[in-house]
Design a protein around this ligand. Structure first.
Ligand SMILES: NC(=O)C1=CN([C@@H]2O[C@H](COP(=O)(O)OP(=O)(O)OC[C@H]3O[C@@H](n4cnc5c(N)ncnc54)[C@H](OP(=O)(O)O)[C@@H]3O)[C@@H](O)[C@H]2O)C=CC1
Ligand SMILES: CC(C)(CO)C(=O)C(=O)O
Length: 305
């Protein structure tokens, strides 16, 4: 299977790199600076699951229209439109497109570019970042990429994907509840990134204070209610489950949003917290803490300009 990864950053570089390491036919669609970095340094993964030093094949936007069987979309949400324009010529009607972004709003944009049938569900659980040399630094125990049909069915195409993804160092999981998985990850990441960014702290110190835990629970509840009122298929008891998961995170665990803030980079505030506020307004859900967090993130963005 010919695999194209759009974006050789922290997530795309990691999972695409693991497929390449296994011997799959992987190409990365990149921009000039990253292409040069990959030529000079190679695709370097430093991970608790084993390091890798790879020489990937890269292509650039406008460099032709070679077809691919599967395309991973692994950019930040604020780069999505340009990224989709770049990848479009490499997609055919038989191509399966798998998004790795956090959130939900990108699905609308992707379905405008490709047919509903081409885009399946996808997400990843991983802590990964790029250092100043462009090396991928992967620090979490979990390094899982989940994908699946919206119907949950094990179709021929996802069976073929499973074969391609099996035996890889990272964990690729075929899910029969991918829509629910994506909403639940969205609940988790909006809360975790919102709280750790607001507090400018990893999760440990936040949980170490009584008020921190109370606010975390309140934020989970605001987001859960917003999602449920907008028809999201969340499981019963999801807040208790995710509070439990959060308590088990390492003391120094940070969201990728906080890591980006620490590096002075752009963040996905509109895509994550902002979109939820729109959904809350649409259905009349009160979300005071989410509003404060969004305002805080917008002030950070304003100061970047
Ligand atoms: N990092 C993490 O731990 C996790 C991240 N996520 C989510 O995954 C998504 C991707 O995040 P992440 O991998 O961290 O982001 P990164 O910024 O590390 O990587 C994104 C990559 O996309 C590239 N890119 C952007 N636009 C284009 C384009 N038009 N053509 C080609 N390449 C392009 C960027 O390249 P360039 O260098 O040219 O800008 C960059 O290398 C986000 O939604 C994030 O929330 C989810 C789970 C964990
Ligand atoms: C919480 C985590 C690390 C899980 O994958 C994540 O998605 C992020 O920080 O963006």
């Amino acid at each position: 299977m010919k695999v194209l990864v759009l974006g050789a950053g922290a997530t795309g570089g990691y999972f695409g790199g693991r497929l390449l390491e296994k011997g799959e036919d992987v190409t990365f669609l990149v921009r000039e600076k990253r292409e040069n970095q990959l030529k000079e340094e190679g695709l370097v993964i430093k991970s608790k699951h084993g390091d890798a030093h790879l020489r990937p094949r890269t292509i650039r936007a406008g460099s032709g229209d070679e077809p691919f069987d599967v395309v991973f979309i692994a950019t930040k949400a604020y780069h999505l439109k340009e990224a989709l324009e770049a990848v479009e010529p490499f997609v055919r009607e038989y191509t399966t497109v798998i998004p790795l972004l956090n959130g939900i709003e990108h699905l609308d944009e992707m379905r405008r570019f490709f047919s509903k049938d081409q885009v399946i569900g996808g997400l990843c659980f991983i802590e990964s970042t790029l250092n100043e040399k462009g090396h991928i630094i992967q620090t979490s125990e979990t390094h899982e990429l989940a994908y699946g049909e919206w119907s949950g069915r094990e179709t021929d195409r996802v069976k073929k994907l499973s074969e391609t993804f099996s035996g890889t160092e990272a964990s690729f999981r075929l899910s029969d509840t991918i829509e629910q998985d994506m909403w639940q990850k969205y609940l988790f990441i909006t809360t975790l990134s919102g709280m750790t960014s607001l507090m400018r702290s990893s999760i440990g110190p936040v949980l170490d204070t009584l008020e921190g835990r109370t606010y975390l629970q309140q934020l989970f509840e605001e987001v859960r209610l917003t999602m449920v009122e907008n028809g999201a298929p969340l499981a019963e008891g999801i807040v208790e489950k995710q509070m439990g998961l959060t308590e088990k995170l390492g003391y120094n665990m940070k969201s990728s949003m906080l890591r980006d803030i620490e590096k002075g980079l752009h963040i996905e505030a509109d895509h994550l917290q902002g979109y939820l506020l729109l959904l809350a307004e649409r259905t009349g859900v009160e979300t005071p803490l989410l509003r404060l967090i969004y305002q805080h993130l917008k002030v950070y963005e304003k100061n970047l300009q």
